[in-house]
Write a protein that binds this ligand. Structure first.
Ligand code: 4AD
Ligand code: MG
Length: 447
């Protein structure tokens, strides 16, 4: 049984029940008569306190054990309702599996995130990274659970593709005539699973992808990775307002369940970032604000002096500083901005009757900016072709995509959640490199 399971069934545990734990030593204090070992098994950020008394200490040379040692402990549970931890284990038997070389870089003393980024294979052994990765795992599980419970088909969009699905030219090349030409044509790593998801939405109505996504982002920011994970639902017969409602409900459900199921990790993260739980709870309790792009521009104009980019006008792409200001200062919470000018958005979005805007939305959150990007898709064949021509997007590789509009197309809508940005939002971590096990960014690929 894991330590998490043990702590979850606390109410039914009896004094003197036997328990075995396999894990790693976190701390070791005391003397030759009594020692307190704390052990973590990776199932929770909480540790098990193990109390050793008498001859077991010298027999196993417990005083010499150092942080990181792998071991198996057996003993009897002692309930401690008045202590900081609800129970401890009275040690009866211990097997030392392996000790730790002297230069082990993870020590009790504080280390910096920068230092830990240099050792991605070891940093998960800190309380911070244990918490982040357990929350990441929970969010992934809850997302699948939500979709499965709402009758969505989980589908695999291809990772290697012949399409630049966003038409933004940020693709990482897999193959072309300059390489080995394995595919005998140009091939990229996918920048989105959306286009393929649209094909499946035309059969299964509700579908989603959840997979690795690749972008040749040259911006060195705390919010961009070259390899990240995206969650992309696509729903036939849905319009913009329907898909925004889905995004809001999905987010609130997965965040709520994660807070409920991982109280110790959330408490730990809240101790580092004291506004975290308040901010998340405020989001859960409130209705999502929806605001037109044109009204955002008017609002931002009033605060022009707060920005580095002061040229605020209709048609501009909102910079990260504007997105953050809107969600942090004006709305003070998550906000969905809708109906963006078509010239700053992708070719496949539904063109509104005003000839200027498309039925798109971005969901912006405090501390991060854009968490979700989505839209209603252009359903009219000729409008789509016209827009692709305007943008000089070559039609041949996307013939199949255009076909969808000719064969019983039911208008569809969808969005993409940057999964790492969601993990940042829920953990309060400010650099995206710290919410994925092995980050990849331009100019750097460790391991
Ligand atoms: O806004 P984006 O580019 O939208 C799409 O790709 C659509 N095809 C989604 C859809 O409608 N199915 O990307 C979606 C989200 C962004 O809001 C952001 O959270 C995240 O993906 N994202 C990144 N996350 C980390 N690193 C990057 N380089 C990212 N680029 C986008
Ligand atoms: Mg976007």
């Amino acid at each position: 049984m894991t330590l998490k399971k043990l702590l979850q069934k606390l109410q039914t545990i009896k004094e003197d029940e036997t328990f075995e734990l396999k894990g790693w030593l976190i701390s070791n204090r005391g003397n030759e008569k009594i020692r307190f070992l704390t052990i973590n098994d990776g199932s929770t950020v909480s540790n098990l306190q193990v109390v050793a008394k008498g001859e077991i200490i010298q027999k196993n040379n417990l005083s010499s054990l150092t942080l990181g040692t792998s071991l198996v402990v057996n003993g009897k549970i002692h309930l401690t309702p008045n202590a900081p931890q609800p129970l401890e284990l009275i040690l009866e038997d211990i097997s030392l599996i392996n000790n730790v070389d002297e230069d082990y870089p993870i020590q009790k003393k504080e280390t910096t995130l920068d230092f830990l980024r240099e050792i991605p294979h070891l940093r998960s052994r800190t309380n911070l990274f244990r918490s982040i990765m357990l929350i990441r795992n929970s969010l992934a599980f809850e997302i699948h659970k939500y979709f499965q419970e709402h009758d969505f088909l989980y589908m695999a969009s291809p990772i290697i593709t012949s399409n630049d699905g966003e038409g933004a030219g940020e693709t990482l090349l897999v193959d072309d005539e300059t390489k080995d030409y394995f595919f005998k044509q140009k091939a990229f790593l996918g920048v989105t699973g959306q286009l393929h998801a649209e094909a499946y939405a035309a059969t299964f109505k509700n579908v989603y992808t959840f997979g690795p996504t690749f972008r040749a982002e040259n911006s060195h920011t705390s919010r961009h990775l070259a390899e990240f994970w995206m969650v992309e639902p696509e729903v036939a017969f849905y319009e913009l307002k329907d898909i925004i409602k889905l995004a809001d409900d999905l987010l609130k459900t997965v965040i709520n369940n994660t807070i409920k199921n991982y109280p110790d990790e959330m408490k730990f993260l809240n101790s580092i970032n004291p506004n975290l739980l308040d901010t998340l709870n405020k989001f859960l309790e409130n209705k999502l604000t929806v605001i037109e792009y044109k009204d955002v521009v008017k609002k931002l104009m009033e605060f022009r002096d707060s920005f580095e980019e002061k040229n605020i006008h209709f048609g501009m792409d909102l910079a990260s500083e504007h997105e953050k200001f809107l969600s942090e200062k004006i709305v003070q919470g998550p906000v969905a901005v809708i109906n963006y000018p078509k010239d700053i958005k992708a070719f496949y979005m539904y063109q509104n009757d005003d000839y200027q805007t498309v039925a798109a939305f971005d969901l912006l959150v405090p501390g991060i900016g854009e968490l979700i990007g989505g839209s209603q898709r252009e359903s009219r064949y000729h409008k789509l072709v016209h827009r692709m021509n305007e943008l000089n997007i070559s039609k041949e590789p996307l013939d199949w995509y255009l076909d969808l509009r000719r064969f019983g197309y039911a208008p569809s809508s969808g969005f993409g959640i940057g999964f790492e940005r969601l993990v940042m939002y829920v953990t309060g971590v400010s650099n995206i490199r710290d919410v994925i096990p092995f980050p990849r960014v331009a100019g750097q690929i460790k391991m």
